[in-house]
Design a protein around this ligand. Structure first.
Ligand code: SF4
Length: 354
Protein backbone atom coordinates (compact mmCIF):
# COMPACT_ATOMS: atom_id res chain seq x y z
CA UNK A 1 0.00 0.00 0.00
CA UNK A 2 1.36 3.45 -0.90
CA UNK A 3 1.40 5.69 2.15
CA UNK A 4 1.02 9.45 1.82
CA UNK A 5 4.23 11.29 2.48
CA UNK A 6 4.37 13.02 5.85
CA UNK A 7 7.19 14.61 7.82
CA UNK A 8 8.76 12.70 10.65
CA UNK A 9 7.97 13.69 14.21
CA UNK A 10 9.59 12.32 17.34
CA UNK A 11 7.40 11.44 20.31
CA UNK A 12 9.57 10.32 23.20
CA UNK A 13 11.76 7.59 21.74
CA UNK A 14 9.38 6.79 18.87
CA UNK A 15 9.29 8.34 15.43
CA UNK A 16 6.10 8.71 13.42
CA UNK A 17 5.48 9.94 9.88
CA UNK A 18 7.79 9.57 6.93
CA UNK A 19 6.65 6.01 6.25
CA UNK A 20 7.45 4.75 9.76
CA UNK A 21 5.10 2.08 11.14
CA UNK A 22 1.69 3.35 12.16
CA UNK A 23 1.64 3.42 15.95
CA UNK A 24 -1.25 2.45 18.20
CA UNK A 25 -2.41 4.95 20.77
CA UNK A 26 -4.91 4.70 23.54
CA UNK A 27 -6.12 6.92 26.34
CA UNK A 28 -6.36 6.15 30.03
CA UNK A 29 -9.73 6.41 31.71
CA UNK A 30 -8.27 6.54 35.20
CA UNK A 31 -7.97 9.80 37.12
CA UNK A 32 -4.54 11.07 36.14
CA UNK A 33 -4.17 12.58 39.61
CA UNK A 34 -4.10 8.99 40.86
CA UNK A 35 -0.67 8.07 39.52
CA UNK A 36 -0.75 4.49 40.86
CA UNK A 37 -4.03 3.63 39.09
CA UNK A 38 -2.90 5.33 35.92
CA UNK A 39 0.47 3.56 35.89
CA UNK A 40 -1.25 0.19 36.46
CA UNK A 41 -3.58 0.81 33.55
CA UNK A 42 -0.72 1.92 31.28
CA UNK A 43 1.17 -1.27 32.13
CA UNK A 44 -1.86 -3.33 31.05
CA UNK A 45 -2.07 -1.30 27.87
CA UNK A 46 1.63 -1.73 27.12
CA UNK A 47 1.17 -5.46 27.54
CA UNK A 48 -1.70 -5.41 25.06
CA UNK A 49 0.42 -3.57 22.47
CA UNK A 50 -0.27 0.11 23.10
CA UNK A 51 2.62 2.22 21.79
CA UNK A 52 1.71 5.77 22.82
CA UNK A 53 -0.53 6.67 25.74
CA UNK A 54 -2.56 9.82 26.31
CA UNK A 55 -3.88 10.97 29.64
CA UNK A 56 -6.25 13.80 30.49
CA UNK A 57 -4.75 16.71 32.38
CA UNK A 58 -7.71 18.61 33.82
CA UNK A 59 -5.99 19.88 36.98
CA UNK A 60 -2.60 21.06 38.18
CA UNK A 61 -2.44 17.94 40.37
CA UNK A 62 -2.81 15.81 37.24
CA UNK A 63 -0.06 17.77 35.49
CA UNK A 64 2.25 17.14 38.44
CA UNK A 65 1.37 13.42 38.52
CA UNK A 66 2.86 13.10 35.03
CA UNK A 67 6.37 13.17 36.47
CA UNK A 68 5.75 10.02 38.52
CA UNK A 69 3.76 8.30 35.77
CA UNK A 70 6.47 8.96 33.21
CA UNK A 71 9.14 7.40 35.45
CA UNK A 72 7.30 4.11 35.63
CA UNK A 73 6.07 3.53 32.09
CA UNK A 74 7.85 2.46 28.93
CA UNK A 75 5.92 4.23 26.17
CA UNK A 76 5.63 7.93 25.25
CA UNK A 77 3.20 9.93 27.36
CA UNK A 78 0.84 12.48 25.80
CA UNK A 79 -0.96 15.09 27.87
CA UNK A 80 -4.43 16.11 26.81
CA UNK A 81 -5.24 19.72 27.66
CA UNK A 82 -8.50 21.59 27.39
CA UNK A 83 -8.77 25.34 27.92
CA UNK A 84 -6.08 26.13 30.48
CA UNK A 85 -2.72 26.98 28.93
CA UNK A 86 -1.05 26.82 32.36
CA UNK A 87 -1.85 23.11 32.52
CA UNK A 88 -0.18 22.62 29.15
CA UNK A 89 2.95 24.36 30.39
CA UNK A 90 2.97 22.36 33.62
CA UNK A 91 2.43 19.11 31.69
CA UNK A 92 5.45 19.83 29.52
CA UNK A 93 7.56 20.72 32.55
CA UNK A 94 6.52 17.46 34.18
CA UNK A 95 7.72 15.34 31.30
CA UNK A 96 4.94 15.01 28.70
CA UNK A 97 6.40 13.71 25.44
CA UNK A 98 3.69 15.45 23.43
CA UNK A 99 0.73 17.63 24.26
CA UNK A 100 -2.62 17.65 22.60
CA UNK A 101 -4.40 20.98 22.50
CA UNK A 102 -7.09 22.66 20.48
CA UNK A 103 -5.65 26.18 20.17
CA UNK A 104 -9.25 27.33 19.62
CA UNK A 105 -10.13 26.63 23.22
CA UNK A 106 -6.87 27.84 24.75
CA UNK A 107 -7.96 31.44 24.16
CA UNK A 108 -5.94 34.48 23.15
CA UNK A 109 -2.90 33.90 21.00
CA UNK A 110 -0.46 35.08 23.69
CA UNK A 111 -1.51 32.01 25.70
CA UNK A 112 -1.10 29.72 22.73
CA UNK A 113 2.32 31.28 22.21
CA UNK A 114 3.31 30.60 25.81
CA UNK A 115 2.50 26.90 25.24
CA UNK A 116 4.32 26.85 21.91
CA UNK A 117 7.41 28.47 23.48
CA UNK A 118 7.44 25.85 26.22
CA UNK A 119 7.08 23.01 23.70
CA UNK A 120 9.96 24.48 21.71
CA UNK A 121 12.10 24.76 24.85
CA UNK A 122 11.53 21.05 25.62
CA UNK A 123 11.57 19.98 21.98
CA UNK A 124 8.25 18.16 22.12
CA UNK A 125 5.57 18.05 19.44
CA UNK A 126 2.15 19.57 19.73
CA UNK A 127 -0.86 17.72 18.45
CA UNK A 128 -3.44 20.12 17.09
CA UNK A 129 -6.74 18.39 17.71
CA UNK A 130 -10.03 19.47 16.20
CA UNK A 131 -13.36 17.73 16.74
CA UNK A 132 -16.45 18.27 14.64
CA UNK A 133 -18.25 19.29 17.82
CA UNK A 134 -15.99 22.26 18.48
CA UNK A 135 -16.01 24.09 15.14
CA UNK A 136 -15.97 27.88 15.24
CA UNK A 137 -19.15 29.82 14.50
CA UNK A 138 -17.72 31.50 11.40
CA UNK A 139 -16.76 28.13 9.90
CA UNK A 140 -20.18 26.66 10.69
CA UNK A 141 -21.80 29.69 9.04
CA UNK A 142 -19.51 29.50 6.00
CA UNK A 143 -20.24 25.83 5.33
CA UNK A 144 -23.83 25.78 6.59
CA UNK A 145 -23.12 23.43 9.49
CA UNK A 146 -20.58 20.75 10.32
CA UNK A 147 -18.83 19.54 7.16
CA UNK A 148 -15.61 17.75 6.28
CA UNK A 149 -14.35 20.93 4.59
CA UNK A 150 -15.10 22.94 7.73
CA UNK A 151 -13.27 20.51 10.00
CA UNK A 152 -10.21 20.69 7.72
CA UNK A 153 -10.32 24.48 7.51
CA UNK A 154 -10.49 24.78 11.28
CA UNK A 155 -7.57 22.41 11.79
CA UNK A 156 -5.41 24.13 9.16
CA UNK A 157 -6.14 27.57 10.60
CA UNK A 158 -4.87 26.41 13.97
CA UNK A 159 -1.86 24.73 12.47
CA UNK A 160 -1.07 27.96 10.59
CA UNK A 161 -1.37 29.93 13.84
CA UNK A 162 1.29 27.77 15.50
CA UNK A 163 3.46 27.81 12.39
CA UNK A 164 3.24 31.62 12.38
CA UNK A 165 4.89 31.43 15.82
CA UNK A 166 7.83 29.69 14.19
CA UNK A 167 7.01 26.15 15.35
CA UNK A 168 6.25 23.25 13.06
CA UNK A 169 6.86 20.22 15.25
CA UNK A 170 3.22 19.30 14.83
CA UNK A 171 0.80 16.42 14.47
CA UNK A 172 -2.79 17.03 13.40
CA UNK A 173 -5.92 15.16 14.39
CA UNK A 174 -9.38 15.80 13.04
CA UNK A 175 -12.24 13.79 14.37
CA UNK A 176 -15.92 13.28 13.79
CA UNK A 177 -18.32 10.62 14.99
CA UNK A 178 -19.84 10.67 11.48
CA UNK A 179 -17.70 8.01 9.85
CA UNK A 180 -18.05 9.08 6.23
CA UNK A 181 -17.52 12.74 7.09
CA UNK A 182 -14.40 11.73 8.98
CA UNK A 183 -13.12 9.77 5.98
CA UNK A 184 -13.78 12.71 3.65
CA UNK A 185 -12.06 15.15 6.01
CA UNK A 186 -8.94 12.95 6.08
CA UNK A 187 -8.91 12.69 2.29
CA UNK A 188 -9.04 16.48 2.03
CA UNK A 189 -6.51 17.28 4.73
CA UNK A 190 -3.97 14.73 3.52
CA UNK A 191 -3.84 16.61 0.21
CA UNK A 192 -3.26 19.93 1.95
CA UNK A 193 -0.63 19.21 4.58
CA UNK A 194 2.34 16.95 5.15
CA UNK A 195 2.16 17.08 8.94
CA UNK A 196 1.65 13.57 10.34
CA UNK A 197 -1.96 12.68 11.06
CA UNK A 198 -3.33 10.98 14.13
CA UNK A 199 -6.48 9.22 13.01
CA UNK A 200 -9.53 8.16 14.96
CA UNK A 201 -13.30 8.14 14.92
CA UNK A 202 -14.47 10.05 17.96
CA UNK A 203 -17.35 9.04 20.23
CA UNK A 204 -17.50 5.79 18.30
CA UNK A 205 -19.59 4.07 20.97
CA UNK A 206 -19.70 0.90 23.00
CA UNK A 207 -17.82 -2.26 22.09
CA UNK A 208 -19.90 -3.39 19.13
CA UNK A 209 -20.76 -0.08 17.49
CA UNK A 210 -17.39 1.43 18.36
CA UNK A 211 -15.47 -1.47 16.88
CA UNK A 212 -17.56 -1.44 13.71
CA UNK A 213 -17.41 2.32 13.19
CA UNK A 214 -13.69 2.42 13.88
CA UNK A 215 -12.96 -0.56 11.65
CA UNK A 216 -14.91 0.88 8.74
CA UNK A 217 -13.64 4.44 9.18
CA UNK A 218 -10.03 3.66 10.00
CA UNK A 219 -10.06 0.84 7.46
CA UNK A 220 -10.91 3.17 4.60
CA UNK A 221 -8.60 5.97 5.75
CA UNK A 222 -5.61 3.69 6.32
CA UNK A 223 -6.23 1.83 3.07
CA UNK A 224 -5.90 5.16 1.28
CA UNK A 225 -2.43 5.47 2.77
CA UNK A 226 -3.46 8.13 5.28
CA UNK A 227 -2.54 8.08 8.96
CA UNK A 228 0.60 7.87 11.09
CA UNK A 229 -0.89 6.97 14.46
CA UNK A 230 -4.34 5.59 15.25
CA UNK A 231 -6.73 5.34 18.11
CA UNK A 232 -9.84 3.26 18.34
CA UNK A 233 -12.26 5.02 20.72
CA UNK A 234 -14.49 2.75 22.73
CA UNK A 235 -16.69 3.30 25.73
CA UNK A 236 -15.07 0.61 27.84
CA UNK A 237 -11.72 -0.82 28.84
CA UNK A 238 -9.00 0.87 26.74
CA UNK A 239 -7.27 -2.53 26.41
CA UNK A 240 -10.09 -3.40 23.98
CA UNK A 241 -9.18 -0.29 21.94
CA UNK A 242 -5.64 -1.57 21.53
CA UNK A 243 -6.75 -5.08 20.56
CA UNK A 244 -9.05 -3.68 17.88
CA UNK A 245 -6.40 -1.26 16.59
CA UNK A 246 -3.92 -4.13 16.24
CA UNK A 247 -6.42 -6.21 14.37
CA UNK A 248 -7.27 -3.37 12.00
CA UNK A 249 -3.60 -2.83 11.17
CA UNK A 250 -2.99 -6.56 10.69
CA UNK A 251 -6.07 -6.98 8.53
CA UNK A 252 -4.81 -4.23 6.25
CA UNK A 253 -1.35 -5.76 6.09
CA UNK A 254 0.09 -2.73 7.89
CA UNK A 255 1.37 -4.77 10.81
CA UNK A 256 3.11 -8.12 10.87
CA UNK A 257 3.52 -10.49 13.77
CA UNK A 258 1.13 -11.86 16.29
CA UNK A 259 -1.27 -14.71 15.94
CA UNK A 260 -4.36 -14.39 13.84
CA UNK A 261 -7.18 -16.63 14.98
CA UNK A 262 -9.74 -17.65 12.39
CA UNK A 263 -12.75 -19.69 13.37
CA UNK A 264 -15.61 -21.13 11.40
CA UNK A 265 -19.05 -19.54 11.76
CA UNK A 266 -20.47 -22.87 13.10
CA UNK A 267 -23.40 -24.62 11.48
CA UNK A 268 -25.70 -27.57 11.99
CA UNK A 269 -22.69 -29.93 11.87
CA UNK A 270 -20.98 -28.32 14.88
CA UNK A 271 -20.81 -30.82 17.76
CA UNK A 272 -18.68 -28.91 20.28
CA UNK A 273 -18.91 -25.59 22.11
CA UNK A 274 -16.96 -23.85 19.38
CA UNK A 275 -17.74 -20.32 20.54
CA UNK A 276 -16.32 -21.09 23.99
CA UNK A 277 -13.32 -22.85 22.48
CA UNK A 278 -12.56 -20.04 20.01
CA UNK A 279 -12.67 -17.49 22.83
CA UNK A 280 -10.30 -19.60 24.92
CA UNK A 281 -7.92 -19.93 21.98
CA UNK A 282 -8.00 -16.17 21.38
CA UNK A 283 -7.06 -15.50 25.00
CA UNK A 284 -4.39 -18.23 25.02
CA UNK A 285 -2.59 -17.02 21.87
CA UNK A 286 -2.10 -13.49 23.23
CA UNK A 287 1.08 -14.70 24.95
CA UNK A 288 2.65 -15.76 21.62
CA UNK A 289 2.97 -12.30 20.14
CA UNK A 290 6.39 -13.09 18.62
CA UNK A 291 4.84 -15.64 16.26
CA UNK A 292 3.39 -14.65 12.92
CA UNK A 293 0.99 -17.53 12.32
CA UNK A 294 -2.64 -18.21 11.53
CA UNK A 295 -4.54 -20.50 13.90
CA UNK A 296 -7.85 -22.07 12.84
CA UNK A 297 -10.56 -23.23 15.21
CA UNK A 298 -13.10 -25.33 13.33
CA UNK A 299 -16.39 -26.84 14.39
CA UNK A 300 -16.34 -30.27 12.76
CA UNK A 301 -13.89 -32.98 11.83
CA UNK A 302 -15.37 -33.56 8.37
CA UNK A 303 -15.03 -30.16 6.71
CA UNK A 304 -12.84 -28.49 9.35
CA UNK A 305 -9.42 -29.70 8.12
CA UNK A 306 -10.17 -28.70 4.52
CA UNK A 307 -11.57 -25.32 5.49
CA UNK A 308 -8.53 -24.70 7.70
CA UNK A 309 -6.07 -25.26 4.83
CA UNK A 310 -4.86 -21.67 4.80
CA UNK A 311 -4.03 -21.74 8.49
CA UNK A 312 -0.63 -22.83 9.77
CA UNK A 313 -2.14 -24.81 12.58
CA UNK A 314 -5.60 -25.55 13.87
CA UNK A 315 -8.00 -27.68 15.80
CA UNK A 316 -11.30 -29.16 14.72
CA UNK A 317 -13.82 -30.46 17.22
CA UNK A 318 -16.00 -33.54 16.92
CA UNK A 319 -18.15 -35.52 19.38
CA UNK A 320 -16.00 -35.83 22.52
CA UNK A 321 -12.84 -35.72 20.46
CA UNK A 322 -11.13 -33.60 17.85
CA UNK A 323 -8.22 -33.16 15.51
CA UNK A 324 -4.98 -31.25 15.53
CA UNK A 325 -4.35 -29.96 12.00
CA UNK A 326 -1.35 -28.43 10.23
CA UNK A 327 -1.86 -26.74 6.86
CA UNK A 328 -5.06 -28.69 6.39
CA UNK A 329 -3.45 -32.08 7.17
CA UNK A 330 -4.57 -34.10 10.17
CA UNK A 331 -1.70 -34.57 12.63
CA UNK A 332 -3.40 -36.20 15.62
CA UNK A 333 -6.75 -37.29 16.98
CA UNK A 334 -7.28 -36.16 20.60
CA UNK A 335 -9.92 -36.20 23.32
CA UNK A 336 -11.81 -32.89 23.29
CA UNK A 337 -10.29 -31.63 26.54
CA UNK A 338 -6.75 -32.08 25.16
CA UNK A 339 -7.28 -29.91 22.08
CA UNK A 340 -6.46 -26.59 23.70
CA UNK A 341 -3.36 -27.85 25.61
CA UNK A 342 -2.09 -29.59 22.46
CA UNK A 343 -2.48 -26.40 20.44
CA UNK A 344 -0.68 -24.44 23.14
CA UNK A 345 2.18 -26.97 23.21
CA UNK A 346 2.59 -26.67 19.41
CA UNK A 347 2.66 -22.87 19.61
CA UNK A 348 5.20 -22.99 22.45
CA UNK A 349 7.42 -25.24 20.33
CA UNK A 350 7.08 -22.82 17.40
CA UNK A 351 7.91 -19.87 19.65
CA UNK A 352 11.02 -21.62 21.00
CA UNK A 353 12.28 -22.39 17.53
CA UNK A 354 11.59 -18.80 16.48
S1 SF4 B 1 -16.02 -26.25 9.70
FE1 SF4 B 1 -17.68 -27.75 9.94
S2 SF4 B 1 -18.88 -26.90 11.65
FE2 SF4 B 1 -17.62 -25.21 10.90
S3 SF4 B 1 -18.95 -24.18 9.43
FE3 SF4 B 1 -17.67 -25.61 8.28
S4 SF4 B 1 -18.95 -27.45 8.12
FE4 SF4 B 1 -19.85 -26.18 9.75
Amino acid sequence: MDRKHTRTVKIGDRVIGGGNPILIQSMCNTKTENAADTIAQIHRLEQAGCEIIRVAVPTMEAAKALAEIKKQIHIPLVADIHFDYRLAIAAIENGADKIRINPGNIGESSRVKAVVDKAREYGIPIRVGVNSGSLEKDILAKYGGVTAEGIVESALQKTALIESMGYDNLVISIKSSDVLMCVRAHEIISEKTDHPLHVGITEAGTLTSGNIKSSVGLGIILHEGIGDTIRVSLTGDPVEEVKTAKLILRTLGLRKGGIEVVSCPTCGRTRIDLIGLANKVETMVAEFDSLDVKVAVMGCVVNGPGEAKEADIGIAGGVGEGLLIKKGEIVKKLPEEELLPALKAELSAMAEGH
